[in-house]
Structure formats: structure tokens, C-alpha cells
Write a protein that binds this ligand. Structure first.
Ligand SMILES: Cc1cc2nc3c(=O)[nH]c(=O)nc-3n(C[C@H](O)[C@H](O)[C@H](O)COP(=O)(O)OP(=O)(O)OC[C@H]3O[C@@H](n4cnc5c(N)ncnc54)[C@H](O)[C@@H]3O)c2cc1C
Length: 511
């Protein structure tokens, strides 16, 4: 017999298998000795009160063998099938490739950076010695911008496609089953590379091609139709093209513009990374001066407020994580955050960003927002990607920080007033936003134990490749993912890549 039940657990019951079985058997009204397994179907933490509870739906197996909750997709041999080109091996490109195979097409995946393991050496050089390889870094290389991240898999874009299938395919390729039932699932930077490598192996084993260190510099466009791509080394690949190049590939916008594809400037959000001791966040979120205790995970937060009709919010929070240099060009600074699957580090970081609209900036052309963001990155650049930094309370009280708390950011810090490192509109809005977040957390969030690092600029693409115009402009090109301006985050990019592959299969090959 199998019984699905809703249950409220203590943190200890939710974490200790024996206690989970006991509580579930009692709730299901069956003998504990007859329960062969209990599997979570849904799990979330209710931390609104001191007495923290875990709300869950579980499947209780009574004298039954437990089954896997994740269906297995068979990827068949497509080596003799018609091809489609996928540019960019980030989440959008990887899931576009898997979808093409499912639809009986052969993906040729082209990636400017290195494979996910080789790439790790370059990100380490950037972090420890401030040395940047513009083709292999935290944004470029197999796995894309999501490879060395926190691997948060939460998305609000549930109506845009099959989110569940993306999660299931990640589990099929090595991610933990918990991503199927946690309310805010994450994989962690230590586990993501294995999952990414397994997806690559599926593509190759099915007859697809994967090319690293292969930068696309142009499209082959004949009579308005996209027929293929040209690489920096002169090679050409022919076929319809899914362009999934992410928001840091600015050169791509240049060649699209040259061919006359319709681009438009897009609103974005920029700010800083804010790093607290994880203990402070645990104390605040779990209402306990002792912190999270033995059975609760490192706490996260999500804040949003309006400052003079402008959104100010936390973004991409990484509990137990580190702040990393996410720049892709010399002379331009960008920080971001990542964490491991255990989220076991002593610091919590998150982007703290301010909404920027077209009317806020002086540039009015289609690449204007991109230029404005680049200038912001230039303001915050110091040799070796040292980050402008200021303690949080010092910033609010307009005081230069003479010392810093420990930080996970390895390239080093430069003491600076954030008002000098950020555009005025960003600094002013953040100051008011921080006061509001402190009120929301009933004090303790706005502290000099927290450090601000500039600048957080790669939250979303500042350019959109207008897709409604695509078919009118000529067939054969399918912009997808974050770089196209229609996704933000790992899952939404994967869903968008999937949808692009479905459109291509239908429109070009009738599949
Ligand atoms: C440090 C960090 C942490 C993050 N953490 C999270 C998180 O926890 N959760 C979350 O949801 N999101 C996170 N994000 C955002 C997320 O990674 C992106 O939204 C997502 O990766 C976008 O996917 P994409 O496939 O559209 O583009 P990308 O991931 O940017 O991939 C684009 C790929 O295209 C390649 N490329 C670019 N130009 C060319 C060219 N001309 N020729 C060939 N190849 C090219 C690039 O090298 C890259 O590999 C994080 C981002 C960063 C940088």
C-alpha cells in the first residue's frame, strides 16, 4: 500500500530518518514496522514563529518497495538525423540540445569557453590572482554563468514551459532528488559540474557534437534566412541556429545589429553584493540567538521594497557562500555569489539591487542600457579585480570604513564610499532600501558586520533580441535564454532553451 499524507514535522523529525518514519507512520495510521520507506513529495520551512515547523507532503510505502520519483527519458541515436546548431553551452543551450535529440534532431553545440573542468582552473586564477581569461571565466565556458553558482533552481516563470521536466532531467544527470520536492531547491557549485558533464555525455552518446574553445563571430545570412555560423578560427557550421549566448556576450549583439535584427534596450537592476556572517542571518530568520541549531539549513532571506516608486530588492541569495569576481572584460568590475551543496560557509551573501528604467539613463538607443551598465562596471574597477567595499552601517551613515570584516572575496578590497563607486540613483536607493529591510527584520540586518562589495551588474540582460520580429526578419534564427532577454536564472533559461528547440523542430523540420 502507498499513502500520500500532509504532515507537519519538527526540524529534527524532518532530518532524522527514523523519526520521520515514526511520525509518518503515526499520521498515516499504519504500524511503524510495516513502513518500508518514506519519501518527500514537498517540503518547506515555516519560520514565521519561534517554534519552527517543516510542512511536508510525504509518500509512505507500507510493505511496498519504494520506486524512483523521477521518470527516465531515453535519448535515442540521432547521428544520422538533420542537424541544428546551438551556440552557447549554458542552461539554455544544454537544454535546447537535449530537446533537439528528443525530437529526433542532431545538435551541434558550439561554446566559446572551455569544458567545465578545465574552466575551473581559470576561475581559480581569477579569484586568487586577479588574472582574467576573457574566454574562460565565471560567465563563459561549459555550463554557462550557472556552472559556478549556488545552483538555485527556483523560478517564477512556471507558465513559460515545463519546469518539472527541467528538474527531472537534472536529477537524471546526477542532481539530488531533493530538487524535486524542496520549495527552494539548489544544487551547489561542487555538484553542478558533474551534472553538466553528464548532460554533455548524453549529447555526444546520442550522436550530437560539442565544440569547446569555439567562438561564433558571425551568422551566415542568405536572402534574409539564417543558414549557419562562422567561428573566430574561420570554420563554418551550416544549419538553423539557436542562439543561447547569455547576457555577457556583448559581441553577439554587435553582429546581430549589423545584420539588422531588431534589438531593444531593456530595464535592468544593479547594485552591490552584501555579505553578512551566516550566524546573523540564522539568528534573524530563525528568531534564535543560538542560530540555526543542528537540524535547520543555513537561513536565507528575500527582501523587496519600493523607494520612490523604484524597486529595491535582494537577489540571488547564497547562504553559506562566497562572493566571486564575475567580470568578463579587463577594466570592468562585476561581482556575484556562489555556494556549495552544503552551504556550509560562515558567510551569507546576496545581490542588493535597484531597478533601473530607460528613463533613468541618458542613453536612449537600443544598446544604451548596456553602455550605462558598462560605465558602472568601469567606475568600480581596480587592478586585479579588487572590489570597492564599505561596511553596511558605515554606508548608511556616510562614513568611510577604516577596517573590514573577514570576507570570502579573494581578489582583495579597496576601501571606498559606495556613493563614489555606484551611480547616485543606485547608492541613494540602496541606502533607503537597507533601512527598510532593517525595519522588516526588526533590527539586526543593518549592521557593520555586513560588507558591501561593488558592483552587481549581471542580474539580467540590458538588451532584448525582439523575437516577435524574428520570423518577419527571416527564418533560421532562434534567440534563447538570458541573452535574448527572455529569461533570468538557470531554470527559466533552461525552459526557454527547451521552448526554442521545440519551435525550431516544428518550424524548420516539421517535427
Ligand atoms: C556567479 C553566478 C551565480 C549565479 N547563481 C544563480 C543561481 O543560483 N540560480 C539561478 O537561477 N541563476 C543563477 N545565476 C544566473 C544564471 O547562471 C543565468 O541566468 C543562466 O546561466 C543563463 O543561462 P543562459 O544559458 O541563457 O546563458 P549563460 O549561462 O550565460 O550561457 C551562455 C553561454 O554561451 C557562451 N557564448 C557566449 N557567446 C558565445 C559565442 N559568441 N560563441 C560561442 N559561445 C558563446 C558562453 O560562454 C556561455 O557558456 C548566476 C550567475 C552567476 C554569474
Amino acid at each position: 500500500m502507498i499513502k500520500d499524507i500532509d504532515i507537519v514535522l519538527t526540524p529534527e523529525e524532518s532530518a532524522v530518518e527514523q523519526l520521520l518514519v515514526k511520525a509518518s507512520a503515526k499520521k498515516a495510521g499504519v504500524k511503524q514496522s510495516s513502513v518500508t520507506a518514506v519519501k518527500y513529495l514537498r517540503k518547506s520551512i515555516d519560520a514565521r514563529r519561534m517554534d519552527i515547523k517543516i510542512n511536508a507532503k510525504v509518500r509512505v510505502y507500507v510493505n511496498e518497495k519504494p520506486e524512483s520519483l523521477c521518470p527516465h527519458v531515453e535519448f535515442h541515436d540521432v547521428s544520422a538525423a538533420p542537424s541544428a546548431i546551438v551556440v552557447g553551452a549554458g542552461p539554455a543551450g544544454l537544454f535546447a540540445s537535449l530537446t533537439l535529440i528528443e525530437r529526433g534532431l542532431r545538435p551541434i553545440l558550439i561554446e566559446r569557453g572551455k569544458d567545465v573542468h578545465e574552466r575551473k582552473r581559470d576561475t581559480a586564477l581569477l579569484s586568487t590572482r586577479g588574472l582574467l581569461d576573457p574566454e574562460s571565466n565565471y560567465a563563459f565556458g561549459e555550463g554557462g554563468a550557472g556552472a559556478y553558482s549556488d545552483g538555485k533552481l527556483y523560478t517564477r516563470s512556471v507558465k513559460r514551459g515545463n519546469v518539472r521536466k527541467v528538474l527531472e532531467l537534472l536529477v537524471q544527470h546526477g542532481a539530488d532528488e531533493s530538487i524535486l520536492y524542496e520549495t527552494h531547491p539548489h544544487v551547489g557549485t561542487d555538484k553542478l559540474p558533474i551534472v553538466i558533464e553528464n548532460i554533455r555525455n548524453t549529447i555526444i552518446a546520442s550522436g550530437g557534437e560539442v565544440h569547446f574553445k569555439s567562438r561564433v563571430i558571425d551568422l551566415i545570412v542568405e536572402n534574409g534566412e539564417t543558414k549557419g555560423v562562422v567561428l573566430a578560427d574561420g570554420r563554418e557550421f551550416k544549419g538553423p541556429v539557436i542562439l543561447a549566448t547569455g547576457h555577457s556576450a556583448k559581441d553577439v549583439y554587435q553582429f546581430l545589429d549589423r545584420h539588422g535584427f531588431v534589438l531593444e534596450a531593456k530595464d535592468t537592476a544593479v547594485g552591490v553584493r552584501l555579505e553578512h556572517p551566516q550566524m546573523v542571518i540564522d539568528q534573524l530568520q530563525y528568531h534564535n540567538p543560538k542560530g540555526r541549531g543542528l537540524y535547520l539549513p543555513p537561513a536565507s532571506y528575500s527582501f523587496v521594497t519600493q523607494v520612490e516608486n523604484r524597486g529595491v530588492y535582494s537577489f540571488c541569495m547564497c547562504p553559506g557562500g562566497s562572493v566571486i569576481p564575475a567580470a568578463t572584460e579587463m577594466g570592468r568590475q562585476a561581482v556575484n555569489g556562489m555556494s556549495s551543496s552544503s552551504r556550509g560557509g560562515k558567510k551569507a551573501n546576496s545581490g542588493m539591487v535597484v531597478q533601473i528604467r530607460q528613463e533613468d539613463i541618458k542613453y536612449k538607443d537600443k544598446l544604451g542600457m548596456l553602455r550605462w551598465v558598462e560605465e558602472m562596471e568601469e567606475m568600480a574597477y581596480f587592478e586585479g579585480f579588487k572590489a570597492p567595499a564599505q561596511r553596511m552601517a558605515d554606508f548608511v551613515n556616510d562614513k568611510v570604513s577604516s577596517t573590514f570584516p573577514d570576507t570570502t572575496y579573494k581578489p582583495g578590497l579597496v576601501s571606498m564610499r559606495m556613493d563614489d563607486a555606484l551611480p547616485k540613483i543606485v547608492a541613494d536607493s540602496l541606502r533607503e532600501g537597507f533601512k527598510a529591510f532593517d525595519r522588516m527584520s526588526r533590527g539586526g540586518f543593518l549592521t557593520n558586520e555586513a560588507l558591501m562589495l561593488a558592483s552587481e551588474t549581471r542580474t539580467s540582460s540590458p538588451v532584448r533580441i525582439v523575437r516577435d520580429e524574428m520570423m518577419k526578419q527571416g527564418p533560421g534564427l532562434y534567440p534563447a535564454g538570458e541573452g535574448a532577454g527572455y529569461a533570468g536564472g538557470i531554470v527559466s533559461a533552461a525552459v526557454d532553451g527547451t521552448e526554442a528547440a521545440i519551435r525550431l523542430s516544428g518550424e524548420v523540420y516539421g517535427k
